[in-house]
Design a protein around this ligand. Structure first.
Ligand code: AQP
Length: 342
């Protein structure tokens, strides 16, 4: 299905539902930077996903621009990558409906994120159940080969594979089957105050849960100094549950310094947790400083951000709309001049 001369295509996105925590940066955005030069990249601000949970409208508008600013500040280059807002390309919503109709409800009820989020609520919006189908549409409309995400999204990308295969089976070869790309380290950055859970945007406002990319030096120092570790003394990479807090801080240190694991363990050998946390905090502060400064400049230029997003939406629609037209044609919809693809 993939055109042998086209570059491998990458699609990924982040919800504009809050301040971006370090987990989003290490699990997703940092991976994106690695594919910019030699892949065709589509990095989306997935606002249609964000509204599966109520968003205060003015906040959603603001957060959408803030996430765009954060992509740029973190190094996503609009000359190399298409940056756009999901709701600006209508094919996502329409394609999602078409895919919903080929998706058994049992596949959606199996999703662990749905079960976890639905379990926390008395009333569950239907969007929460079907949003993995929207995510599948996001990916397959671009015939994306690679989907760089954190570990929490692995199951959703596998669902996108199943949905694409089912559509191909019912209506003939239409979609490339996407592959999740999950980093070896940083795939699941844990909550600093509870290393049994992942660090997440929706909880980033809780004291001590996360470091956000916009935090200043004192906020970062405080969060890391308070990070939950264990009663032991060994500063070593370990998959043992009781070492999860230390392992988490070590992974953050590893990713931000690029030093090999044995060298890091040797560096911290014999040192106490207090000193260890201090050094991790300084590394995080220095790594985030340029991002925070650039972010501040960019949020002062909303017109420029909107211009970049407009160009991005045009580029994205140029790929997604013909794919949607192909889906509709294959499914048997009567063509209409009102829906002619530009
Ligand atoms: N802790 C994490 N470690 C590594 N990667 C992560 N990602 C998210 N958290 C971590 C990856 O970041 C991308 C964007 O995901 P998202 O917008 O769903 O972010 P979130 O922080 O998970 O957002 P929410 O709204 O707070 O969701 P919940 O409540 O589900 O945690 C994805 O590639 C994701 O894998």
């Amino acid at each position: 299905m993939t055109d042998p001369v086209r570059k491998s295509r990458v699609f990924s996105g982040i919800q504009p539902s809050g301040l971006l925590p370090l987990g989003n940066y290490l699990g997703a955005i940092r991976q994106w930077l690695g594919t910019q030069a030699d892949h065709e990249n589509y990095f989306c601000i997935v606002d249609l996903h964000a509204v599966t949970i109520y968003q205060q409208p003015e906040m959603l508008r603001r957060k959408t621009l803030e996430v765009a600013a954060m992509y740029l500040a973190a190094g996503v280059d609009p000359r190399l990558s298409t940056i756009f807002v999901q709701s600006h390309v209508r094919a996502h919503a329409e394609g999602s409906w078409l895919l919903t109709c080929v998706t058994p409800v049992g596949w959606l009820e199996r999703m662990t994120q749905y079960k976890a989020k639905a379990g926390q609520r008395t009333s569950v919006g239907a969007g929460l159940l079907v949003y993995p189908v929207l995510q599948a549409a996001d990916i397959v409309l671009y015939d994306a080969n690679e989907v760089p995400v954190g570990e929490d999204q692995k199951q959703h990308v596998e669902l996108a594979q199943d949905i694409a295969q089912r559509f191909n089976h019912l209506y003939g070869e239409t979609f490339v089957i996407p592959q999740a790309v999950i980093p070896a380290s940083g795939a699941r950055i844990l909550a600093l105050n509870d290393p049994g859970r992942k660090m997440s945007k929706s909880e980033a406002h809780q004291r001590g849960h996360a470091v956000c990319l916009t935090d200043d030096a004192d906020e970062i120092r405080n969060a890391i100094q308070r990070a939950v570790t264990d009663l032991g003394r060994e500063i070593v990479f370990s998959q043992q549950p009781e070492k999860a807090g230390v392992n988490n801080l070590l992974e953050i240190y590893e990713l931000l310094t690029g030093r090999p694991r044995p060298e890091i363990e040797a560096h911290f050998e014999g040192r106490g947790y207090g000193e260890f946390k201090q050094e991790v905090a300084e590394v995080v502060i220095e790594a985030l400083r340029p991002i925070r400064e650039r972010y501040r400049e960019l949020t002062g230029e909303p017109d420029e951000l909107k211009r970049i997003l407009e160009v991005g939406a045009e580029n994205a629609a140029a790929i997604a709309e013909p794919k949607l037209a192909e889906m509709k044609q294959k499914m048997g919809f009567l063509a209409s001049p009102r829906y002619r693809v530009k």
